[in-house]
Design a protein around this ligand. Structure first.
Ligand SMILES: [Zn+2]
Length: 220
């Protein structure tokens, strides 16, 4: 059931790959008409469309590396100016580096500054299992998991019958690299946002419904 909620939040969802940011961001955005800005989804669309940006980004993503800051920053700046993102938004997958966080702060007008940064805390051992079992629908984008959230028929989306795919960066060879990049480049953002007094933490190693309810409370 979708509960109607009103949120005026401008949030960053921060956490390691596999912490559940994307799944929760989709759900909150659908329930509260908040724009869900996923840099990963945006990049994958560019890749699928074979644009010059997409072709350049693909090489980094396949290797489990971060796409360069300047590419991501200009993509986000453009997206955040769209009419649907005027009142409220969730940034999912951005910022991932300190220069990205600083660029975001510089580019947001004072009246539209960040209101919350929510850190999704999950122990690293749990992340690997979450990532390697994750599958996403090639048609509607729904996210499933071979163990924790299986579909009725293997490889087929329950919602739209689309084919399920494993993202190239969820393959075992890329996961270790992504976690390493997270530790060295993204984890330092926790201190940055703690200093700015916008950081809240949610224990995301719990069932998705429990995490979702807590997020709605935190974002009020
Ligand atoms: Zn689907």
């Amino acid at each position: 059931m979708v509960m109607a909620v009103s949120l005026q939040a401008r949030c960053v969802f921060l956490g390691a790959p596999g912490a559940g940011k994307g799944t929760q961001a989709k759900r909150v955005a659908a329930a509260a008409s908040v724009a869900h800005i996923s840099t990963g989804d945006m990049l994958r669309q560019e890749v699928a469309a074979g644009t010059p940006l997409g072709r350049a980004a693909k090489e980094f993503m396949d290797a489990g590396k971060l796409v360069p800051d300047e590419v991501i920053i200009s993509m986000v700046q453009e997206r955040i100016r769209q009419p649907d993102a005027r009142a409220a938004w969730i940034l999912d997958g951005f910022p991932r580096t300190l220069p990205q966080a600083e660029a975001l702060d510089r580019n947001l007008p004072r009246e539209a500054a960040l209101t919350h940064v929510i850190y999704f805390a999950v122990p690293e051992a749990a992340l690997v299992g979450r990532l390697s079992g994750r599958r996403s629908c090639s048609r509607c984008g729904a996210i499933w998991h071979v163990e924790h959230q299986p579909t009725r028929r293997e490889g087929i989306c329950d919602r739209c019958d689309g084919e399920l795919l494993q993202r190239s960066d969820d393959r075992p060879e890329a996961i270790g690299k992504r976690l390493e990049v997270y530790r060295s480049q993204t984890a330092p953002l926790l201190a940055y946002y703690r200093d700015h007094q916008v950081l809240r933490e949610v224990d995301a190693n719990r069932p998705p419904d429990v995490v979702y309810q807590e997020l709605l409370k935190l974002m009020q």
